[in-house]
Design a protein around this ligand. Sequence first.
Ligand SMILES: [Zn+2]
Length: 417
Amino acid sequence: MAYIKKCLIWLLTVMLFTGCGIFEYSAIAETIFNDKSEPSASETTSEPASIESEIVVTEEESAVTTEPIPSPPATLSLIMVGDILLHDSVEAAALQEDGSYNYEAIFAHMTEDIQAADLAIVNQEVIIGGEELGISGYPAFNAAFSAGDALVNAGFDVVCHGTNHALDKGRKGLLNCINFWKESYPEITVLGIHDSQEAQDDIFIYEQGDFRIAILNYTYGTNGIPLPEGMPYAVDLLDEAKVLEDIEKAEKLADFTIVCPHWGTEYQLKQSGNQEKWAKLFAANGVDLVLGTHPHVIQPIEWVVDEESGHEMLVYYSLGNFVNWTGESGNGIANRMVGGMAQVTLEIKDEEVCISDYGLEPVVAHLEQGVNGVTVYKLSDYTVELAEKNQIRLQDAAFSKEYCEQLCEQVFTENYK
Ligand SMILES: [Zn+2]
């Protein structure tokens, strides 16, 4: 299916676009990206009955084809989801009858979409310090190592740990987390936290074919907890001099630079002046894509253009929560149940990497009591019946499927269809 998808994307690209630049979100691309339940033409018929199936058959049987086939342009699909915010009630749902923690149910309805992307990024809001430090929710969070297993099994490749909760369990929590990733999943990239100066100075470059993509992750702070003594490199902070130094290095090493900032004001549906200030700075220094987290609610998507150079940068100000179960009640709590999965397609055109398509898949945290009761759905898969069962209604009676849809329309405007 992945091969067929790439062919379809290529066809779509050829039909719709003649070059790189700013495109409106493509409803056609949305359909092709997300509708994986329908079998493709090549699966339902042996005859080439459509343009799509002709392409698949032609390429597979290229040995007997006399016409030269132009190779499709190289594309790279990336997704990112927001905060994995493991409150006590989420931890309670992950606690199995045998006393172990298992977080797989959270990702069960999203795994197909996450795995389908070439590059999948997640904001791991809470430190994964392991059970020896005690599993805890708000305000000083700590998750079991199996939370990391669940992220990997869901299909994530890059884990952003640069959050305000990175030091909730101090030096031990940070080092436990880094060691867990190194020992169990050396192939997974961990950003934002480090155990040496060399590790912090190293700029992560994701390479795939001719793509070289730099990804940087920073947090505005660590909830007033100082960096561990002798470890000035422990957490990547939004320190202007350091950020600009990193971006300069990234621009030399890569063709496309992504920044994942942990920024903004909690529960605000619009970006703050501080986020706009940083976005301008990123754009002025050549950053191409910004995928923001921390406000725990969704915020707008927009292009920021550097006035001096004309450089265009796409910004997702906040992807909201992927999962959470706050203990708070009242108006606006329902907003925290809605997150977004950023979907961006990159393409190499005239030896430049650019954004050929972008969009967002809204997601909903579904909360029920009991083991494995917490899970996440795409809003497009969510039902009125499920929404009625969502226990968050006891904390904010306004929650419904329609409420989630209206929130997405309000915040994402034309980027949500
Ligand atoms: Zn945060």
